[in-house]
Design a protein around this ligand. Structure first.
Ligand SMILES: Cc1cc2nc3c(=O)[nH]c(=O)nc-3n(C[C@H](O)[C@H](O)[C@H](O)COP(=O)(O)OP(=O)(O)OC[C@H]3O[C@@H](n4cnc5c(N)ncnc54)[C@H](O)[C@@H]3O)c2cc1C
Length: 280
């Protein structure tokens, strides 16, 4: 698997500063950008202002910063999961219609084999099947069957390549889901490589890419309790039920949400007043 950070929006921190600042200042964007250009706002202030905003739920400015990646040698199992992300990301993927898979290996097509096959001592069977698929695929192409039809015999293990463009809001969301230990190993590995590439270029942003239980994201696990117990991160991250229970212990039992009726808002308001005066 190869993950290349091809390019990113020029100076993403300044782009984010401009976007966030425009929301919170009476100044015009021209004045904001003049302040940046003339150094009236020093770099440290830009970084700390952006970092403070990243702690909030104000996510839309993150859509103004984009990254381009080139990804190769991942399986079609991965790609099917990856292309389910549909907002804030554009994909170009190697075609199985226009590209014929002859493979670097003379014996058989290239493929991705999970370690679990090796661990189970099943490498030979896996390779044998790939060899057989290669034979049938090549014979099909040789018999004049178009590549778009010959590919029907290709496996999920077939490798594929992408060039993608993704904005930072979506990248964080992808990190939430795909860096989580519930995600499949291969896509987790790929997203971890995307994260490392960003950390190298813009550490102030890259470190925000975490699984959703990370302290810079939700901060707790919202998966079911069984999955939580099985996750190695449960040693260091709380589960949502623990968070709710802790809240109850310190602030009393919450007001149940019924319908979105006026009395619920009033109840919530009186609860908020009580809770803000409560100790702890
Ligand atoms: C551990 C795991 C297991 C999975 N298992 C399965 C499975 O068994 N079967 C299966 O089919 N899929 C499965 N998926 C895929 C999953 O259902 C999503 O399709 C995938 O994660 C894409 O994420 P997203 O829906 O958040 O889309 P994204 O495009 O990444 O969404 C970005 C954001 O926009 C919101 N959004 C996007 N489109 C809409 C919309 N139309 N309306 C409102 N809000 C929108 C999303 O809620 C999200 O907040 C799994 C994913 C994970 C991580």
């Amino acid at each position: 698997m190869d993950v290349l950070l091809i390019d990113l929006a020029t100076d993403p921190l300044i782009k984010l500063y401009g976007a966030y600042r425009t929301c919170y200042t009476p100044k015009t964007p021209r004045e904001v950008w003049d302040d940046i250009a003339t150094g009236v706002v020093p770099r440290e202030k830009i970084v700390s202002f952006v970092e403070e905003r990243l702690k909030t739920g104000h996510v839309s400015p993150l859509e103004q910063v984009v990254f381009w990646f080139g990804i190769s040698g991942v399986s079609r199992s991965l790609s099917h999961q990856f292309v389910r992300h549909r907002v804030g990301i554009s994909f170009e993927q190697q075609s199985q219609r226009y590209v014929r898979f002859t493979g670097k290996n003379e014996e058989r097509l290239d493929y991705v084999m999970p370690d679990s096959w090796k661990d189970a001592g099943k490498t030979e069977e896996f390779e044998k099947l790939m060899g057989e698929i290669t034979r049938v695929y090549r014979e099909a192409v040789a018999a004049g069957i178009p590549a778009e039809d010959a590919r029907f015999v290709l496996p999920n293990a077939a490798p594929t390549n992408f060039q993608i463009m993704v904005n930072f809001a979506e990248l964080l969301h992808i990190g939430d889901l795909r860096l989580c230990t519930r995600a499949q190993w291969e896509i987790r590995q790929m997203v971890a490589k995307m994260r490392s590439a960003i950390v190298q270029k813009v550490p102030e942003l890259g470190r925000y890419m975490q699984p959703k239980c990370g302290e810079k994201r939700l901060g707790y696990c919202d998966e079911d309790e069984k999955a939580y117990r099985e996750c190695p991160l449960s040693a260091v991250r709380p589960h949502k039920l623990v968070v709710i229970e802790t809240f109850k212990q310190h602030r009393g039992s919450g007001v149940p949400m019924r319908d979105l009726a006026a009395e619920d808002f009033q109840a919530a308001e009186s609860f908020r007043e009580k809770s803000t005066t409560a100790p702890g």
